[in-house]
Design a protein around this ligand. Sequence first.
Ligand code: MF3
Ligand code: CO
Length: 254
Amino acid sequence: MGIIKIKTAEEVELMRQAGRLAGAVLTETGRFIKPGQTTREIDRFAENLIRDGGGEPVFIGYRGYRHATCLSINHEVVHGVPGEQTVKEGDIVSVDVGVRLNGYCGDCAATFALGKVSPKAEKLLRIGRDCLKAAIKQARAGRHLGDVSHAVEALAEKNGFSVVRDLYGHGIGRDLHEDPLVPNYGQPGEGVELKPGMILAIEPMVNTGGWRIRTLSDGWTVVTEDGGLSCHFEHTVLITEKDPEILTWSKTKM
Ligand code: MF3
Ligand code: CO
């Protein structure tokens, strides 16, 4: 593990601006999504909003990725690649948005229900949102990373779901991915102590079935191994002297 950067007050202000743009793009994209659209159309919509807001889509060019968003449907966990696939009534669609604005990054995601979805899907989204809230509640100076991680795992498992164990949240700043890794499972009190000025992208990925995942032959799309549904909720969060500050605040239900 490298060093966890403590952001200066100036950097925090720039991170707020980047986070605000990412959150607004998530809000508007969630409102835009409708059955019958291709994931390419949804991605274009989000990309235009990022650019209109003065930002750059930080995912483009990341390890050769070519799109502004990741759009992951039903049993797709994360990193779904926008293309000709259409979304339909009853689907759950995870939208992951990353922006860079004035040199700093914001990263957030949410899973949206298209029209009426199954009771199981509804429960998954409710628990996924609650997992993120529970994790953010632990993101306080003096707590440890394991407190954040454990909050996700405990709530998901109590509700009969599992958490993805091979993908993590992360520190964020000038770079999309900085130290530390933020697992969605762990032991309370373990891991590094959180300090004011740390900024974490906390991102529970919760499955209705088992936690195992695999990557499709496109090299990106991550799916559940057993075909169960998966959801993804993510905020960029600042550790402060007091309450955690959500930098990617969104009107999206999350
Ligand atoms: N949003 C993802 C994360 O939180 C990264 C997406 S990978 C990319 O780490 F290639 F699409 F950029
Ligand atoms: Co992220």
